[in-house]
Design a protein around this ligand. Sequence first.
Ligand SMILES: NC(=O)c1ccc[n+]([C@@H]2O[C@H](COP(=O)([O-])OP(=O)(O)OC[C@H]3O[C@@H](n4cnc5c(N)ncnc54)[C@H](OP(=O)(O)O)[C@@H]3O)[C@@H](O)[C@H]2O)c1
Length: 429
Amino acid sequence: MSNKLNIGLLGLGTVGSGVPFILNSHKEKIQQVTGMEIQVTKALVRDESEKERQAKRFDIALTTDYNEIINDEEIHVVVELIGKIEPAKTYISQALEAGKHVVTANKDLLAQYGAELASLAQKNHVDLYFEAAVAGGIPILRTIANSLAADNIQKVLGIVNGTTNYMLTKMVAESKSYEEALKEAQELGFAESDPTNDVDGIDAAYKMVILSNFAFGMNVNLKDVETQGIREITTDDVEMAKKLGYELKLIGSSEKIGESIAVQVAPMLVPLTHPLHSVKNEMNAVFINSSGVGESMYYGPGAGAKPTATSVVSDLITIAKNIRLGTTGYRFNSYNYETKLANDNEVYGKYYFAFDVPDKKGQLLLLTKIFSSTDISFEQVIQQKTDGTTARMVVTTHAMTKAQMKAVTEKIQEVPEFHLLNTFKVLED
Ligand SMILES: NC(=O)c1ccc[n+]([C@@H]2O[C@H](COP(=O)([O-])OP(=O)(O)OC[C@H]3O[C@@H](n4cnc5c(N)ncnc54)[C@H](OP(=O)(O)O)[C@@H]3O)[C@@H](O)[C@H]2O)c1
């Protein structure tokens, strides 16, 4: 191979436009580090006229026909930045089969077909890298795969969706409602017009599937990630959490329990003393608990053209180095362990419950009886009048299993006068 690494870029959108920009801005350094000149030679777009100016600036040939990329023998790497499942999956598969290395930031695709695509890359002795797919600009996957390879990870906690973190920050700091926070996030371009994937926790679940694979070597199916979004969070929950010494955040959690793992995405109460509490607005962070290093946290922008494109280019640099060293064709993550999911009796946590109860004597006693019958004790209790007939009662509990949490929820729902509003997990300090 010559000292040129030619890229076929699929998509010149937010991140796609950033890739030639970063390659151009840091050209000399990249050449020094890799001994190669990395350049985008061709880009697949839907409308050539729309992208002409950009293409001219970076000397990129445009095409609307993928065959012109896949059949171009001068192209060594395909960078997929069009997103979603199809045609991205077909394009990536064809590129790998054609012996081209692939870089992608497509978490939707990797969370569902990552194992299949990684096997295809290995079979064809080519590289498949996707650092930008989790937490955009934070180099978390390479850190877990390389720097923490000697460590034994017990828990990964992530604020891995910038949109919801931005919204919750506004709901906490400025007492905005869910609807107001969503509107503001949409106006600022942090949330899409259809925010479903973000607010329902699906985007965070994609990232937790990938993080679980890197941290624990297990292939978790998306359907096995218990996922709860932020739509149901009320301003009352936000205020109650504050009173109890916590802040509500959407947390992705992947935890090792014996030989199994439990993966979850849900709004959780984060203690003010926890490092994740400091992660505000659209920022992302991944907090890792491991036996060697102990606690470590990786913080940075989870999205944006420059941070995300920088991660994409770091993958290109890795491929260039692999080519020079003759080490292409190995998996990004070679840690592989039998996938075992923990059952509800093994997963422990403290919980927050909010209820509306009749504003009359004996309600706390009745509630205490229900919780005691499931062997659960309270840590904190707050009771507040809402109107003449109803009182809002909020409790946080000591640690219980998920099975206990489900059992007590059923018992509460059997009492017609009790209206269970919300249940959230409480993170330990
Ligand atoms: N944005 C971020 O900060 C960020 C962060 C981490 C990961 N990612 C991931 O990076 C990928 C790209 O995201 P993005 O934000 O850059 O998206 P985007 O701004 O919507 O860009 C996607 C581009 O791909 C083009 N495209 C879509 N389908 C195509 C097709 N069949 N043929 C040719 N071009 C096609 C679109 O063209 P049109 O303009 O004609 O629609 C658009 O220009 C996604 O997988 C996303 O999840 C993004």
